[in-house]
Design a protein around this ligand. Structure first.
Ligand code: PMP
Length: 399
């Protein structure tokens, strides 16, 4: 950039994602991509989406290629409302704002609630895309620890009680199949989290991008379903269940939050593309989405099983791992404290890529952790990838 061009202070610190190198290493031929955070090509409904787009083009024509309502196509909003209600989030079509992926919804929520001097509570670790979206608004982060039952609500309570200056404006959480750990918030903690949010009047983002990708039949209440005060903003996405390139995500918001978010959405990009929205409606209607899920979820479960078994076989007691009940990710912590950024270069030379865990932490911790994704490779390749990882780590089964 020439010396004459001066970016705004807010933008001057923007750097490429700290995981860009890891993600591109996962795309190299011969490298097992345990980096992947989206559905494998064979688990996307590519053909059905192509047919749906063709029908939209034929039946709707130019109306699908023009401007439309900023909050999204009414049929899609109605479908999202119906599915949300089935999962326990009371929702009318009018509550839904369709966004350009749920990533845009994170950005808009940040714009609505965060500013210099504010703070946002996140899990330690948390989704890197949320850290980066919120960081743009010059906010601070307050990490809250996790265990196998998700965010530690006792710690959350301490953090909220200590916030005498009321700087905390938002609690960001992924209750189901968390990215990057795969953990799920227990039913009791969901109740507790909503009680605390209400007591301290702090809005909550319930980021549920993986909601429909559960392997166990256990039904846990949604945070938005437990809340009767309009404090919970529920975010969803078609990226993990169908295809990320559709860029179909949404926010469910009521009252003043709805009005502000929909105004910010319109100011940001007028509206999200209508043709993908209509193709999603076409594909999902008459049980189409359930049929697709019935095909892919067992495949993800197989991959989860293969990865968990491979970690136990090849790394054994050298690591602690999570036990994801859905979603795409398994999280490892090396007991020796091995630095996974250093491990990364050796692993790629050995033919496997993963995401080092440090960037998912807002407090500089997590050097000994890493994220493995099982969505992008079949069971055999997963086993081979984990074997290569163990070889690169030079750690042997201790048990
Ligand atoms: N939230 C979470 C937890 C995610 O993992 C992702 C994708 N990695 C997103 C939001 C954003 O997804 P999209 O914008 O494609 O809907």
């Amino acid at each position: 950039m020439t010396a004459l061009v001066r970016p705004a202070a807010r933008a001057g610190g923007v750097r490429p994602s700290p995981l860009a190198e890891a993600i591109s290493a996962g795309l190299r031929p011969g490298v097992v991509p345990l980096t992947v955070g989206s559905p494998a090509p064979e688990l996307q409904p590519t053909e059905a989406l192509g047919e749906a787009l063709a029908r939209v083009h034929r039946d709707v024509g130019a109306a699908a290629l023009g401007y439309g309502p900023p909050e999204g196509h009414p049929e899609l909003r109605a479908m999202i409302a119906e599915r949300s209600a089935e999962r326990g989030t009371p929702c009318r079509a009018d509550d839904v704002i369709v966004t350009n992926g749920s990533q845009q919804a994170l950005d808009l929520v940040g714009r609505m609630l965060l500013e210099p001097g504010s703070a946002v509570v996140v899990e330690r670790p948390t989704y890197l895309g949320a850290i980066e979206a919120f960081r743009q608004y010059e906010t601070e982060f307050v990490p809250v620890g996790m265990d196998e039952d998700g965010m530690r609500t006792d710690e959350l309570e301490r953090v909220l009680a200590a916030d005498a200056g009321r700087r905390i404006r938002l609690i960001y959480t992924m209750p189901n199949y968390h990215n990057p750990t795969g953990r799920t918030l227990s039913a009791e903690r969901r109740v507790r989290l909503v009680e605390l949010a209400q007591r301290y009047a702090v809005p909550v983002v319930e980021d549920d991008a993986y909601a429909e990708l559960g392997f166990d039949p256990v039904h846990r209440p949604t945070l938005a379903g437990l809340d009767d005060s309009g404090l919970v903003l529920a975010l969803g996405s078609m990226s993990k269940v169908l295809s990320p390139g559709l860029r179909v995500g949404w926010a469910v918001a009521r009252g003043p939050f709805h009005r502000i978010l929909s105004g910010l959405k319109e100011r940001s990009d007028l509206l999200s593309a209508l043709a993908p929205q209509l193709a999603v409606v076409d594909l999902c209607r008459d049980g189409g989405l359930d049929a697709h899920l019935a095909r892919v979820v067992p495949r993800y479960r197989e991959r989860r099983d293969a990865m968990a078994a491979a970690v136990d076989r090849h790394l054994g007691a050298a690591v602690a791992r999570t036990e994801p009940a859905g979603g795409f990710y398994l999280w490892l912590s090396f007991r020796s404290g091995l630095d996974t950024r250093e491990l990364f270069a050796r692993a790629v030379r050995g033919g496997v890529a993963f995401l080092p865990g440090g960037p998912f932490h807002v407090d500089g911790t997590g050097a000994g952790t890493l994220r493995l994704g099982y969505a992008g490779a079949g069971p055999e390749l997963i086993d081979e990838g984990v074997r290569r990882l163990a070889a690169a780590a030079g750690e042997h089964r201790l048990a």
